[in-house]
Design a protein around this ligand. Structure first.
Ligand code: FAD
Ligand code: NAP
Length: 312
């Protein structure tokens, strides 16, 4: 029986592993379906982690996190976890090849995945002018002109964020109606440097060896084609929370979830199920930043240690 099973090896899972093992838990296993490091390993640079003044690639940035955890006894197992269930007073971790592990407590840190739009040139320029995170990358476009693809709350909120940093923000959306809340639409429309292009479809992201230089798009009503010169395109076409492992055979989630599929936790990362903790981008109101995910992971581990102590 494991003391603590951690699912996911991103910043939240690794920080949980560090605090759990260094805090004295003996049997702690982190289950990660790929290489540890999480979403940030897909980024070419991170420059907003406090205390790390160097600008590093996501892969280089995450490398020491693993080394540090493993030094304190965290075990890592490359497994794709399919489901977590609760039986009596313990949890059962089910892998996708029908293995099971028992654990006294579980920390879920499976993060999320920004959706791709499928626009031509998206893969080619992802990380080279195409971004899915304004907080992370907006600063790289200070004083420049950028585009935002999408018409939901995220797209318009991030357009507002970018409008404080960038010279001009052009929102490109495929319909004239926006999904975003009316108050957010009004705020964005009131900004002089936010321009709306609707109903448009991006035909292609244009660029060169240095990255994005523009987008070519077509107005769906007039069929008129236009080219917009921008140095960055921010894509916000939805976000998948990696919550499937909490889904039970009866179709319900193991713990209480928000309407957006995130786990509801308190400030200690506790769910409404005793012994089950959720940290990082998988939890409600996540800031979706590495520093926040790391803090969550540490907090979840401290809560799990307290839970184990009280259950003795
Ligand atoms: P994740 O990093 O998503 O890690 C979750 C891990 O769980 C993954 O490794 C995944 O493989 C694993 N997993 C998922 N499901 C399963 C399963 N069923 N079984 C086993 N393993 C599973 N933040 C910043 O602070 N600064 C930045 O500059 C920045 N840039 C970014 C650039 C990009 C391109 C992206 C995509 C994100 C960026 N972020 C940045 C956001 C940051 O990466 C996330 O907020 C952070 O990684 C969340 O950490 P997490 O541990 O909660 O989840
Ligand atoms: P979303 O609401 O699903 O919006 C995605 C947007 O992207 C939609 O406008 C959609 O267009 C567009 N889109 C989808 N696929 C596309 C594609 N392939 N090409 C071009 N455009 C595409 O996603 P979200 O904005 O990330 O929000 C997710 C949920 O979180 C929502 O329920 C939202 O309300 C919520 N949220 C709330 C807040 C808040 O309350 N402050 C903040 C952020 C998010 P269509 O409209 O035509 O489908």
């Amino acid at each position: 029986m494991l003391d603590i099973a951690i699912i996911g090896g991103g910043p939240a899972g690794l920080s949980a592993g560090l605090y759990a093992t260094r805090g004295g838990a003996k049997e702690v296993v982190m289950f990660e379906r790929g290489m540890p490091g999480g979403q940030i390993t897909g980024s070419s640079e991170i420059e907003n982690y406090p205390g790390v003044a160097q600008v590093l690639s996501g892969v280089d940035f995450m490398q020491p996190w693993q080394e540090q955890c493993f030094r304190f006894g965290l075990k890592s197992d490359q497994k794709n976890i399919q489901r977590i269930s609760k039986e009596d007073s313990h949890f059962v971790i089910h892998t996708d090849n029908n293995e099971t592990y028992k654990a006294k407590s579980v920390i879920v840190a499976t993060g999320g995945t920004p959706r791709r739009s499928g626009v031509k040139g998206e893969d080619k320029f992802y990380g080279r002018g195409i971004s899915t995170c304004a907080t992370c990358d907006g600063f790289f476009y200070k004083g420049q002109e950028v585009g935002v693809l999408g018409g939901g709350d995220t797209a318009l909120e991030e357009a507002l964020f970018l409008s404080e940093i960038c010279k001009k923000v052009t929102v490109l959306h495929r319909r004239n109606e926006f999904r975003a809340a009316p108050v957010t639409i009004a705020k964005a429309q009131a900004k002089d440097n936010i321009i709306f292009k609707t109903p448009v479809i991006i035909d292609e992201v244009l660029g060169d060896n240095n990255g994005v230089t523009g987008v070519q798009f077509t107005n769906k009503d007039t069929k008129q084609q236009e080219t917009l010169e921008i140095s960055g395109l921010f894509i916000f076409v939805g976000y998948d929370v990696n919550n499937q492992i909490l889904l039970q055979e009866d179709g319900n989630f193991l713990c209480a979830m928000s309407e957006f599929g995130e786990a509801i936790v308190d400030l200690n990362m506790k769910t409404n199920v005793n012994g089950l903790f959720v940290a990082g981008d998988m939890r409600i109101h996540a800031a979706k930043q590495v520093v926040c995910a790391a803090g969550d992971g540490a907090r979840a581990a401290l809560s799990a240690l307290a839970f184990l102590e009280h259950s003795k």
